[in-house]
Design a protein around this ligand. Structure first.
Ligand code: EPU
Length: 331
């Protein structure tokens, strides 16, 4: 399709268009589409557009997967292997796992987006990252349509990082992700206030955990259908132990998480300390219930979103001496 509106394809609600837009339902169709793209054209593969900020019309080709199958490709007494199309809505997959009694993704309930993006972004929430359950990622090279299967190790996963976002950015389209889920009960309930919302942790079910996660997310995170947003706008910075010690001395109540390579400081907490929670600049605002989220109050331009993000970033740098990186991709 030519000059196609992207309004329904980005959760920030930017009213922009793509010069060409192709949706494909099979690997064969993707190969045919790739072969038709004019050489030299810029190509962007999107999922649900829940982590993007379009800064204008896209003068190239946008690809979107509509591969929506879920198939069981292996099973033992302990595990099940599910091969899932990149176009499956992420939360539909979580609901499927919970209803079949498969453990591993329940803490990732209600994260916006699709299965393909889960593997690119290494989505995470409430003490779980999707890399913990990824077995392999099947891709097609955009340059020549050849298949390449990445093992979990080859995906080079880190906090909100993968080879698909960095070293091989834009080179491969994810077509299927195979997840290894557990049939043996195993729940992660220690993050934040999950436990306080559960009646009896010793007999809690998979469905109850999903319901609690959904409730917590709904309390804090704005629904993009109501108010445009792309979830966390910034990543949580990881600082070295000497900076952490000096910050902790100055701010004894500062929340923190020890991780590989340093200490993670919640950016939302720093933004709130800078007084930004609930504040607006034009039609863009810092969400009043979760300061890590920037919202489109209605009719915001990408310039307004970027202006408030830069003002927030500067405040945090001035007060804490920390540079925050955006989690949202500017296109
Ligand atoms: N906090 C504040 N003020 C705020 C927001 C947070 O003080 O306005 C404090 C909280 O009280 C808590 C700490 O910061 O002590 C962490 O807050 P929260 O649990 O809400 O999580 P987060 O670090 O702000 C991350 C992910 C979210 C994910 C939550 C829950 C990133 C960039 N974000 O946010 O992911 O849902 O943890 O696990 O890592 C997303 O990626 O779009 C996203 C929403």
């Amino acid at each position: 399709m030519e000059n196609y509106s992207l309004l329904r394809h980005n959760t920030f609600g930017m009213n922009v268009s793509a010069k060409r837009f192709f949706e494909y339902s099979s690997v064969d169709e993707l190969r045919k589409v790739i072969a038709c793209i004019p050489s030299g054209d810029s190509i962007l593969h999107i999922g649900a557009g829940s982590n993007l900020l379009f800064t204008g019309d896209f003068e190239g080709t946008i690809l979107h997967s509509n591969i929506t199958t879920i198939e069981c490709v292996g099973e033992s007494d302990e595990n099940v292997l599910l091969r899932v199309g990149a176009g499956v809505v992420w939360d539909d997959f979580v609901r499927y796992c919970v209803s079949h009694g498969y453990y591993g993704v329940e803490n990732l309930s209600l994260i916006p987006g699709e299965v393909g993006a889960s593997a690119v972004q290494n989505i995470g929430a409430y003490g779980v990252e999707v890399k913990d359950v990824i077995d392999v990622v099947e891709t097609i090279a955009i340059s020549d349509g050849k298949e390449r299967v990445f093992s979990r190790k080859e995906c080079e996963y880190g906090y909100r990082r993968s080879v698909f976002k960095e070293r091989l950015k834009g080179e491969y389209a994810v077509v299927y992700v195979t997840y290894r889920l557990s049939k043996i009960p195993s729940l992660k309930l220690s993050y934040g206030n999950i436990l306080s919302k559960i009646n009896d942790a010793s007999s809690v079910t998979l469905k109850e955990v999903r319901d609690v996660i959904v409730e917590i997310r709904k309390e804090k995170l704005p629904d993009p259908e109501v108010m445009g947003n792309a979830g966390s706008f910034f990543m949580n910075p990881v600082v070295d132990s000497s900076l952490f010690q000096s910050l902790k001395a100055a701010y004894p109540d500062m929340p923190f998480f020890e991780v590989d390579g340093g200490v993670k400081i919640p950016a939302g907490w720093m933004i709130e300390q800078c007084g930004w929670k609930g504040k607006s600049l034009g039609n863009a605002a810092v969400h009043d219930k979760q300061a890590l989220v920037i919202v489109n109050k209605g009719g915001a331009t990408s310039g307004e979103i970027i202006a408030i993000a830069e003002a927030v970033r500067k405040s945090v740098k001035d007060k804490f001496g920390i540079d925050m990186l955006t989690e949202v991709n500017y296109i």
